[in-house]
Design a protein around this ligand. Structure first.
Ligand code: PLP
Length: 404
């Protein structure tokens, strides 16, 4: 930051859909001297974390932790299980699905990319049609984004599993839950996911730097014969080293201290309570957006997001200019529109370690920003969001009283 910038008092509002603010207890946990990653203290920490991270994915199988960004976990899923030229089925939910698709093509795989307008989640029926057409079982994996972070679109992974089973198709199911995990329910085992891809900096409330692959027995079996070249991402060396609480190369020791505590925090609150508060904020934010007279990029109720809301700018007004005004005036970062929707949407993150009043502050910042920027809107969206959040708590309160 340049020295002539005026000081901003108070906390910055980081309302982007990741990286997200980090709980103080997690920050304190990482404020530790660096460990010998081949020594006994680290071994204890890693064994504990590798074991308990499974509870967040709701799996009994192995979860691999790479020192990498989420993008690395996409690559790891593909290079460990596929052969060059293998066919994949993907669905264009938005920018993250597009980037994963581009990566698969770079790796020499052939992708059938079901096109969409970035305003809906995965349509299981379209997956089913493609799988039924694939009589020779050439499709080796179905890859979907659980929560598409460019548009705020949550897809029904259980429904996708169902159609794969209904077709009796042997394809593996790969799910990107980088921005879903820890904010929206994800059930790796129950939903029959073969590889869940995740990252540290969104619902897990950690700094960027860890990438995850939760892997099924079927995915491990595929990895034993897969011919795609791989080095850094090789699962077998990871699994072998992890057995004794170690890694084949230097892990992100500091973030693992943080992960240890972040998982505890999620369970202290209760995963269902974590998901419920994200849902509450999604409902309240959408109510405010609707009241302002603005449009949610997500155009189908079935896919609305508990994680973030992408708002379309009215009358061709620039979203980036609006975000700049909000940042300069209220010290709040909103998410930018990406690629196809660049400058057309701004994204309000309502995920991670935050609370009702912070979300209300964020919505107030958006409403005041609309006023400052001279963007036509109906006043009182914040009021509507307050009523929505209060009603949710009132219901909970009545239910508790009735139960007593
Ligand atoms: C953030 C994100 C990624 C990419 O993660 P990086 O850590 O930036 O590599 C992939 N998929 C989704 C859905 C994301 O939200």
């Amino acid at each position: 930051m340049s020295s002539n910038m005026p000081r901003k008092a108070g906390r910055h509002f980081l309302q982007i859909p990741g990286p997200t603010p980090i709980p103080d207890r997690v920050l304190r946990a990482m404020d530790n001297q660096v460990l010998d990653h081949r020594g006994p203290t680290f071994q204890k920490l890693a064994s504990r974390v590798l074991d308990k991270v499974k509870t967040v994915f709701k799996t009994k199988s192995h979860v691999i932790i790479f020192p990498a960004s989420g993008t690395g976990a996409w690559e790891a899923a593909l290079v460990n299980t596929m052969n060059p030229g293998d066919k994949l089925l993907m669905f264009e939910t938005g920018q993250f699905a597009t980037l994963w698709h581009n990566m698969a093509k770079r790796l020499g795989m052939v992708v059938d990319f079901i096109p969409s307008d970035w305003r809906v989640g995965v349509d299981p029926q379209k997956i089913e049609e493609k799988l039924r057409e694939d009589k020779n079982h050439e499709i080796k994996a179905v890859c979907v984004v659980h929560h598409e972070t460019s548009g705020g679109l949550l897809s029904d992974v259980a429904a996708i599993r169902k159609v794969i089973d209904a077709c009796n198709h042997p394809a593996l199911l790969f799910v990107d839950s980088v921005s879903g995990l820890g904010s929206a329910d994800l059930r790796h085992d129950e939903w029959g996911i073969d590889v869940t891809v995740a990252g540290s900096q969104k619902g897990l409330m950690l700094p960027p730097g860890l990438a995850f692959n939760a892997i099924s027995a079927k995915a491990i079996k595929a990895s034993e014969t897969a011919k795609q070249p791989k080095g850094y991402w090789a699962w077998d060396e990871m699994i072998n080293a992890n057995k004794s609480g170690f890694f084949p190369y230097t892990p992100a020791t500091q973030i693992l201290y943080g992960l240890d505590v972040a998982i505890d925090l999620l369970h202290e609150e209760g995963l269902d309570n974590v998901f419920a508060r994200h849902n509450r904020w999604g409902v309240a934010t959408r109510a405010a957006v609707k009241h302002w007279g603005l449009e949610n990029l997500c155009r189908d109720e079935r896919f609305v997001s508990p994680v973030m809301t992408a708002v379309l700018m009215p009358d061709g007004k620039g979203a980036d200019e609006f975000r700049k005004i909000v940042l300069d005036t209220f010290d709040m970062s909103l998410g930018a529109g990406l690629n196809k929707v660049a400058d057309k949407v701004f994204r309000i993150g309502h995920l991670g370690d935050t609370n009702d009043l912070t979300i209300m502050g964020a919505l107030a910042g958006v409403e005041m920003g609309l006023e400052v920027a001279g963007i036509k809107h109906n006043k009182g969206g914040v009021q509507v969001a307050m009523a929505s959040i209060a009603a949710a708590h009132q219901q909970g309160h009545h239910a508790r009283v009735a139960a007593e």
